[in-house]
Write a protein that binds this ligand. Structure first.
Ligand code: CTP
Length: 403
């Protein structure tokens, strides 16, 4: 008998989401569509993990189905992607669902975005374009078999055995970002890769390496993988040679070392600390299309690594060296060089501030702009020696200097 996950739907999805799915179900029957929960949500329901997105696949045309729902004022269409035949819609209580039409895919060039060749194929045909067996399960939402799991690929068996297995031998060649996805899922759900999947991955990494692939996907997966902030992911990147895929380095650093520093110094983008420890290739950094803030981390890292270290001989010089650099880049610099000055800066020096400002100095009698700048620097130097601490000490110091 087919497995039915109705109980898990009732247990793990909010009443509002359940009501929305019931509405979709009734209307699918009414309009003659077969619809299914698909991919990650089925996996996460089975494993009883937190659910992030609701993906529904429509055997037929998802956009048509969504228009029918919208005409009945059941939902509002937020976005339609004609090229992929998908629609993002919002229901009552702000519940968002992504609807996709079943499709078979054809990859024009390996590793590039697929060109969808056939929409409205059967669910079974749609399933075979996917990455891993555990991500290729569907749950019927139609009334006659609501909650029934449709498993064409033995995904349930793999979920039970905690096995990560690709669906076909070309999976990584078509989309190398799946190698990183695999690692992310392995860490997230404690899975092991089956031997054949391992072989396919090694084969891809040893033979197929080329720079002509979709870097946006790779970056996106790396970001998600490192955002788990799971030290195992970094170690697995290196032991599995994942760094080779994006021409990165293999430094002698352990994930736990990075995680400990992240917890202590709380950078805004922990995933960039992991990535910055391995990524150097300028071409790939460009291809990743980083945001301005993300780019700054790599630029700062380069500046720090190429500087003359003999100047780091006082707190003042250490301060000036790291000042205005992102925390991420200072951490990367430390991890790569083990120069303790980086930690001295983060721990002690970065918190030191001159409390007096230009206006205060004017009131104390220094009127020349250049002199004000010089005096602020002198105060900073003094503060960094630890001999003056409070604002009152700063004022006293300025007065002695003026005399
Ligand atoms: N998929 C795929 N190949 C990819 C990306 C996605 O086959 N490179 C398929 C998988 O079936 C996946 C589904 O598309 O389950 C949705 O992808 P995505 O939302 O990225 O992942 P989820 O599996 O939903 O996992 P997560 O919880 O990390 O979002």
């Amino acid at each position: 008998m087919a497995l039915n996950l109705k109980d898990k739907i009732e247990k793990q999805l909010s009443k509002d989401v359940q009501k929305t799915l019931k509405d979709c179900s009734e209307n699918a029957d009414l309009f003659g569509f077969k619809i299914y929960l698909i991919g990650g949500i089925v996996r996460d329901l089975f494993l009883e993990k937190e659910i992030f997105d609701i993906d529904v696949t429509v055997e037929g045309n998802a956009i048509d189905f969504c228009h029918k729902l919208a005409d009945k004022k059941i939902c509002k269409i937020l976005q339609v992607q004609d090229k992929l035949n998908t629609a993002k819609v919002v229901f009552d209580k702000n519940i968002e669902i992504d609807f996709a039409s079943t499709r078979q895919e054809f990859y024009p060039r390996h590793g590039h975005l697929p060109v969808a060749v056939r929409f409205g194929c059967t669910l079974q045909e749609d399933v075979y374009r996917r990455d891993f067996t555990i991500n290729s399960l569907a749950i019927s939402l139609n009334k006659n078999n609501f909650g029934e799991v449709i498993d064409y690929v033995d995904g349930i068996k793999d979920l039970k055995n905690k096995t990560l297995k690709v669906l076909h031998d070309n999976s990584f060649v078509e989309d190398p970002s799946r190698i990183i996805r695999g690692l992310k899922f392995a860490a997230r759900f404690n899975l092991h890769r089956d031997e054949h999947t391992k072989l396919l991955q090694e084969k891809y990494q040893n033979i197929q390496l080329h720079k002509d692939i979709s870097w946006t996907r790779i970056k996106n997966e790396i970001k998600q993988a490192f955002s788990l902030d799971n030290p195992k992911v970094f170690d697995m990147f290196l032991t599995n040679g994942i760094e080779k895929i994006f021409y990165a380095n293999k430094p002698d650093i352990k994930g736990l070392e990075i995680k400990t520093l992240i917890e202590k110094y709380q950078p805004d983008f922990p995933w960039l600390v992991y990535l910055g420890c391995i990524l150097d290739d300028k071409e790939i950094i460009d291809a990743f299309c980083f945001t301005r803030t993300e780019k700054k981390v790599f630029a700062d890292k380069d500046t720090l690594l190429s500087a003359n270290l003999s100047m780091l001989n006082s707190n003042y010089h250490i301060y000036k060296f790291f000042q205005k650099k992102s925390i991420e880049s200072v951490l990367i610099y430390y991890l790569l060089t083990k120069r303790k000055e980086a930690l001295i800066y983060l721990e002690k020096l970065s918190k030191i501030r001159v409390e007096l400002n230009g206006e205060d100095l004017k009131n104390l009698g220094i009127t020349n702009g250049k002199k004000i700048g010089e005096m602020l620097d002198k105060i900073l130097k003094k503060k960094l020696t630890g001999t003056i601490v409070k604002k009152a000490d700063e004022i006293k110091f300025v007065k002695t200097q003026i005399k």
